[in-house]
Design a protein around this ligand. Structure first.
Ligand SMILES: [Zn+2]
Length: 206
C-alpha cells in the first residue's frame, strides 16, 4: 500500500438515502479523485477507530445499479449493504465508480454479456475468450481510503469475495467477514454458481 497521499477528497455532503427498511437516513458522501479512478465514499455513524464499523467495497455495475438487472446480485448487494450499515449504526460504503464489470470497463462489460448470451459462456469463460482478466479489480486506492478514514484494523467487511479479505490481510488489517448473500433465482443462478465454483466466492448454497 502506498503511504503518500495521491488523491483529492471533496465533501462531505449530506445525502438522505431511502433504505430497504423503509427508513430515510442521512449518510455523508465524499468524492475521492485518484489519478486514474474515482470513488464515492458514503459514511454513516462514527467510523474512525471503531472496530465494529462495517465496510462494503462495491464495484460499478450499471446494469444492476441503474436498471435493476437480475442477471447478477449487484443491486441486491448495494441495497442490502447500505441497510446493514445503517442497522449497525456505523460503516463505510466505498463505490468504485470506474471499475465496471469486475474492473474491465464499460466496453468490455457489454462484450462479456454478448459472449455469454450469444455463445453460452459463463462469465469466467467470456472474460477469458476476450483476453480479459477474470477479475481485474484492484484495491490499492481503497487501501488509501480506509487509511484516510482512520478505520480500526479489525474492521468488519461485507463480502463474499476472498480477494478482498486477502488484500486487507496483506495490508496489516485483521478483517472479519460478514456474508452478503442473496438467494438464488432463475436469473442470477448461473452467475452466482460461477462466482462460487470458478472464483472461490464464499457462498453457503450447495
Ligand atoms: Zn452486476
Amino acid at each position: 500500500m502506498k503511504t503518500t497521499t495521491s488523491f483529492e477528497k471533496l465533501g462531505p455532503i449530506k445525502l438522505p438515502l431511502a433504505l430497504k427498511s423503509g427508513k430515510v437516513k442521512d449518510f455523508n458522501l465524499f468524492l475521492y479523485i485518484f489519478p486514474k479512478e474515482n470513488y464515492h465514499v458514503l459514511t454513516y455513524g462514527e467510523i474512525s477507530g471503531n472496530p465494529n464499523a462495517l465496510v462494503r467495497i462495491e464495484s460499478a455495475c450499471t446494469y444492476a445499479h441503474l436498471y435493476s438487472s437480475q442477471l447478477c446480485d449487484c443491486e441486491w448487494q448495494l441495497k442490502e449493504a447500505l441497510n446493514k450499515i445503517e442497522e449497525n449504526g456505523a460503516g463505510v460504503f466505498i463505490y468504485a465508480l470506474d471499475q465496471h464489470g469486475r474492473g474491465v470497463g464499460l466496453r468490455n462489460h457489454i462484450l462479456v454479456y454478448m459472449q455469454e448470451q450469444t455463445k453460452g459462456f459463463d462469465t469466467v469463460d467470456a472474460h477469458k475468450s476476450l483476453g480479459l482478466d477474470v477479475d481485474a479489480r484492484h484495491y490499492d486506492d481503497v487501501g488509501e481510503i480506509i487509511m484516510d478514514l482512520k478505520m480500526d484494523k479489525k474492521l468488519r467487511i461485507l463480502t463474499n469475495n476472498p480477494r478482498r479479505l486477502d488484500f486487507l490481510t496483506k495490508n496489516a488489517f485483521n478483517p472479519t467477514r460478514v456474508p452478503l448473500e442473496t438467494t438464488l433465482n432463475k436469473y442470477n443462478e448461473r452467475e452466482l454458481r460461477t462466482k462460487k465454483e470458478k472464483m472461490g466466492h464464499l457462498f453457503s448454497f450447495k
